[in-house]
Write a protein that binds this ligand. Structure first.
Ligand SMILES: N[C@@H](CCC(=O)N[C@@H](CS)C(=O)NCC(=O)O)C(=O)O
Length: 233
């Protein structure tokens, strides 16, 4: 039975969603090639009809419909337990859950302050009004106001990523000597920044920059849907 993965795509087939990227990497580690079905960003009704909620990614496996990237990762780990592991055991799964919450709430929020105004440009023109109105309602300000105090948000971003830089200066991956799901979670947020904004936020040559570059290349960084807004370094 072929798994089907639904994800939102932007303009020119770009896939900016961090939540989809972490699952794409998880599927690759497991050696699973799903069928991908693309939905437009504003196509809320298709997604809701499938899963009763409006977020992607969604994975179906026969009659099973799984939504929320964390649930999908756990499903893949348990369903394909004979394949390479995403978590390396219960302790790794527990720590990856912490990384998931931290990435979504702290790292993702810091990056969003830097890219939310540019991000609209990587979306299909037909989806931009939906993005602007839904985000501006959530932020309580225009996209431009949300990102306006750039020195403040750059300083916050630097503080947030400092522990990542220190860790990756000591070990190749967040999960040690080979990448695991915790790497994919954190990487997916940097991937969202690469694909969603023309600015580069990592200094070339840093441990974090090298780690991100390696993970981009591991997945085939030349693919069109993984291209940065500016040429990948
Ligand atoms: N907690 C969810 C979050 C998923 C999520 O936010 N997905 C975005 C991807 S672009 C989405 O569907 N957003 C639709 C919207 O906000 O309208 C997960 O981990 O899968």
């Amino acid at each position: 039975m072929t798994l089907i993965m639904y994800e939102r795509v932007g303009a020119d087939g770009r896939r900016p969603s961090p939540f989809s990227w972490r699952i794409r990497y998880a599927l690759a580690l497991k050696g699973i090639e799903p069928e991908f079905r693309h939905v437009r960003f504003a196509d809320v009704e298709t997604i809701r009809g499938l899963s009763g909620q409006h977020f992607v990614p969604i994975v179906t496996d026969g009659d099973r419909v799984i939504h929320d990237s964390w649930n999908i990762a756990c499903y893949l780990e348990d369903r394909f337990s004979d394949r390479p592991s995403l978590f390396a055991g219960a302790g790794g799964r527990g720590l990856a859950r912490l990384v998931n919450h931290w990435s979504d709430n702290t790292l993702g929020a810091a990056i969003r302050r830097l890219i939310a105004a540019d991000f609209i440009l990587c979306l299909d023109p037909g989806d931009r009004a939906y993005y602007r109105s839904s985000r501006e309602a959530a932020f309580g300000s225009t996209l431009e106001e949300y990102c306006a105090d750039r020195p403040r948000w750059l300083a916050e971003f630097a503080a947030v990523i400092a522990p990542l830089e220190r860790t990756l200066a000591e070990q190749a991956y967040l999960t040690g000597t080979s990448p695991g799901y915790a790497d994919y979670i954190v990487f997916s947020v940097f991937q969202y920044a690469r694909l969603g904004c023309p600015d580069e936020f990592l200094d070339e040559g840093t441990a974090l920059w090298k780690w991100r570059t390696g993970l981009v290349q591991a997945f085939d960084g030349d693919r069109r849907d993984a291209l940065a807004m500016r040429p990948a370094q």
